[in-house]
Design a protein around this ligand. Sequence first.
Ligand SMILES: Nc1nc2c(ncn2[C@@H]2O[C@H](COP(=O)(O)OP(=O)(O)OP(=O)(O)O)[C@@H](O)[C@H]2O)c(=O)[nH]1
Ligand SMILES: [Mg+2]
Length: 436
Amino acid sequence: MVLDKLGSSLKNSVRKIVKKGRIDKETVNELATDIQRALLKSDVDVELVQELTDKIKDRALNEEPPKGASSREHVIRIVYEEMLEIVGEETEVPMEEQDIMLVGLQGSGKTTTAAKLANYFQKKGLKPGLICGDTFRPGAYNQLKELSQRIDSVFYGEKESEDAIQVVKNGLNELKDSKVRIVDTAGRHSLESDLIDEMEQINEVVEPDKKFLVIDASIGKGVKDQANSFNEAIGIDGVIITKLDGTAKGGGALTAVSEAETNIAFLGTGEKLNELEEFEPDSFISRLLGMGDIEKLAQRAEERLSEEEMDMESMMKGDITLKDVYNQLESINKLGPLNQIMSMIPGGFNLPDDALDVTKEKMQIYKIIMDSMTEEEMKNPQKINSSRVERIAKGSGTTRESVNELLKYHKMMKKVMKQMKGGRTPMKKMMKKFMG
Ligand SMILES: Nc1nc2c(ncn2[C@@H]2O[C@H](COP(=O)(O)OP(=O)(O)OP(=O)(O)O)[C@@H](O)[C@H]2O)c(=O)[nH]1
Ligand SMILES: [Mg+2]
C-alpha cells in the first residue's frame, strides 16, 4: 500500500495499545511518542505533529469512553479521528460526463496521470478521450499517444503544432463522443508567468469541469505552497499527489494539502496505469492504522477477557487444583504479569513481590512438569510426596527443585484465591477495571 513504512510503524504503535491491559498516562504518552516518531520520519510538519499528539493525549486522558466501548477502543478511535483531521477532506469526483485538465510543474507526472485517469474512467464505464495539450516538450505527443494505445483510449494530438490552445480546441471538437475528456498540458520548471498565461488560455477554451494540480510527493511539505500558488493562479479543484510509492516524504505531502486551500483527489502510487487511487480520507487512514486488523484484535482481547472471567469465577467456587493452575498459566500470560493483576485488588496482598513474579520461561517449565503428572496428582497435589516428585522430575526432564517450586506456586495461588474471595470487590468488576 501507499506509505508502507509509515503505515507499519503506526500500526505497531496502535497494536501496542490493543495489547496493553490498562490505559494509563504512561501508555498514552508512549503511544503519542510512537506516533510522533512515525509521522516525523515521513516528513509531516513538526508543528502539525505536536498539535496532533497533544490533542490525542488530551482526549485520551480526559474523555470518557462512550457507553459500551473499552478505553482501549476509545483511544484507538481518538487516534483515528485526529489523523483524519490532518489529511483534509476528499474531493468528490462525480461519475458523469466531464472535461478534466491537468496542470503542474515539469515532470510531476501529468502525462502518466492523464492516462491513469482515462483508465480509471474507462473501468467505470465512461468512455475516455485523451488530448495532448503539451506542444512544449517534443516527446509529449508520442508519450501520451503510446499510453492511450496501451489502455485502448481515444487520443487526439497534433505532432507538429506549437499552438497548444488551438490543439486543445480541435481536440475537444474531435472527441465529442468521449464522456470524459482529459487534457494534458505542458510542464515548466517553475510557475512562470508564460506558463500561467497558457494555462489561463487553455482554461478559457476548455472550461474544464475539473482542474487538477499534479504534484510529486517527494517535495513533501512543499506541496502546500505549490498547491496554494496554483490555486491562486487558476483556481484548482483538487490535487493529485504522484509517486507516493517512491518517497519517504509521503506523509508530509499528504498532510500539507490539508493546510492548503484545496484537497486531494487522487494518489499516484506507481508507474503502472492502474496505480491510481481515489483519495478517501477515512478509508485511507483506517488502512494506514490497520483499523480492520485492530478491530479484530481488540475483539479477540475482549473475548479472552470473558473466558478469563469464567475461569476465575469457577475457580473461586471450589478449591484450586493444579489443573486450574495449568489453565491459569495459559491465560494469565495473555493478560499480563500476575503481580499487576494482584495490585488491582483492594486491600492488597502481603505476598512478597517476587513470589508473584513468575516469568514466562518458568510458566513454560511448570506446564511441562504438569504434563508428566497423573490426573489424580493434578487434582490432589497434596498427595505428591518426594518419590512422586522424583518421578515427575525425571518424566518431564526437569529437576526436583522445579517440581517443588511449582507445588509452592500452587499453594500460593490457593492463598491468593482465598484472599480474593474475601475481598469486597467482585471478581468481574476487578477484571474489567484491570482490562480497562
Ligand atoms: N513511481 C512512480 N512514478 C511515476 C508516477 N507518476 C509518474 N511517474 C513517473 O514520473 C516520470 C514523469 O512522468 P510524466 O507523466 O511524464 O510527467 P509530466 O508531468 O507529464 O512531465 P512533463 O510533461 O515533462 O512536465 C515518468 O517516468 C513516470 O513514469 C507514480 O505515481 N509513481
Ligand atoms: Mg507531460
